[in-house]
Design a protein around this ligand. Structure first.
Ligand SMILES: NC(=O)c1ccc[n+]([C@@H]2O[C@H](COP(=O)([O-])OP(=O)(O)OC[C@H]3O[C@@H](n4cnc5c(N)ncnc54)[C@H](OP(=O)(O)O)[C@@H]3O)[C@@H](O)[C@H]2O)c1
Length: 249
């Protein structure tokens, strides 16, 4: 694995994954949203330690123009990516997006925001990444999904927008795997559930967790890296949890 792209490097999981890959000697292009690019100190520190091994760029996955522009910039740096990990995701924000507890909480704006980042973003990434994944070496296109996107595992209900958008993401992963098998036969396309990880995304929902259920982002990315390195072609289209177990759709 020579060249990786981490999308959403400003997030709890994204920044730890960026650090891990750099430590492993992999060249990393790390994307954050434009407004973060010059304000995100973690990436600045990494850049000063890893110099040309790390290339920070901007990408907003909710904008097709931004995704297209980012990939055009990436292709000026390399014509080959071996690993893409899309670490972006949206469950809540300061602008009034909260996971729904009941039907009365459902509204169109929240659904659209969630689908835009959690489902459409991954598809746009695949669209523009294809030329860089299509080479003779193994390449992996992965999205960080979530166990709550599994329809068969849905016991608690609620969280309509996030659950449905992650389920749609999983369908997109499967559909991409079928197309990529034809058009980019060395590419494996998967979804990854990182566990319940101590990040900004999970912060408001950590109160009722069982002891030991919450992991650090550092632990999570170490597990995910192990899953990624053990992947085989037959795994394409599947969703895996941090411990390597397959999650049913
Ligand atoms: N933490 C958990 O327990 C848990 C459990 C299951 C699944 N996941 C999944 O794991 C992934 C990473 O989440 P996390 O826990 O690391 O959460 P996080 O710290 O909140 O990170 C989310 C990342 O998504 C980025 N993002 C959101 N909207 C974006 C957009 N329009 N364009 C580009 N980037 C955007 C954020 O960028 P900004 O910094 O600019 O907002 C941030 O980098 C997500 O897919 C999440 O659904 C997490």
């Amino acid at each position: 694995m020579d060249n990786a792209l981490i999308i959403g490097a400003s997030g709890g999981i994204g920044i730890k994954m960026t650090q891990l890959l750099l430590k492993k000697g992999i060249n990393v292009i790390a994307s954050v949203r434009e407004q973060c690019l010059n304000k995100f100190e973690c990436l600045d520190t990494l850049k000063s330690n890893y110099k040309s091994q790390l290339i920070p760029i901007s990408m907003d996955v909710s904008s097709q123009k931004s995704v297209e522009k980012a990939f055009s910039l990436i292709s000026e740096h390399t014509n080959k990516l071996h690993l893409i990990i899309n670490c972006t995701g949206l469950l809540h924000n300061d602008e009034g997006l909260h996971p729904e507890k009941r039907l009365e909480d459902v509204n169109t704006d929240n659904l659209v925001q969630s689908f835009t980042v959690n489902s459409i973003g991954p598809l746009l990434i695949a669209r523009y990444a294809l030329p860089l994944l299509r080479h003779e070496e193994r390449s992996i296109l992965s999205n960080i999904s979530a166990r709550v996107g599994s329809i068969s595992d849905n016991r608690a209900g609620g969280w309509y927008a996030y659950r449905a958008a992650k389920a749609a993401q999983n369908m997109i992963t499967k559909t991409l795997a079928i197309e990529l098998n034809r058009r980019s036969p060395h590419t494996i396309c998967i979804g990854l559930h990182p566990g319940t990880v101590n990040t900004k995304l999970s912060k408001p929902f950590q109160r009722n967790l069982k002891l030991g259920q919450l992991t650090t982002a550092e632990q999570s990315v170490n597990y995910l890296y192990k899953v990624i390195t053990g992947l085989e072609k037959k795994d394409s289209g599947k969703i895996f949890a941090w411990d390597g177990s397959e999650i049913s759709p």
